[in-house]
Ligand binder design. Structure first.
Ligand code: ZN
Length: 77
């Protein structure tokens, strides 16, 4: 089904657009380099990928998991 392929492509495009918008919004304030959640230093590789990252990799992963958990729970409330 070509329609499905097209829809997938569009969804992918929208996702990458949303990520770009989110990144450009975040990038207004450069990160302090210190994780706001645990106070550890944010990995330099992470700061290179996202200069305004507010949290370290570990805390970002935890936040991400939390968001997804919430989205699942609240998805069809
Ligand atoms: Zn952290």
């Amino acid at each position: 089904m070509d329609e499905v392929d097209a829809a997938n492509e569009r969804a992918e495009h929208l996702t990458s657009m949303a990520i770009k918008v989110a990144l450009s919004r975040q990038s207004r304030a450069p990160s302090s380099g210190i994780c706001r959640a645990c106070g550890d230093r944010i990995e330099s590789a992470r700061l290179r990928a996202n200069p305004s990252a507010p949290t370290c990799c570990d805390c970002a992963a935890e936040e991400d998991a939390e968001h997804q958990r919430r989205r699942k729970l609240g998805g069809r409330g």
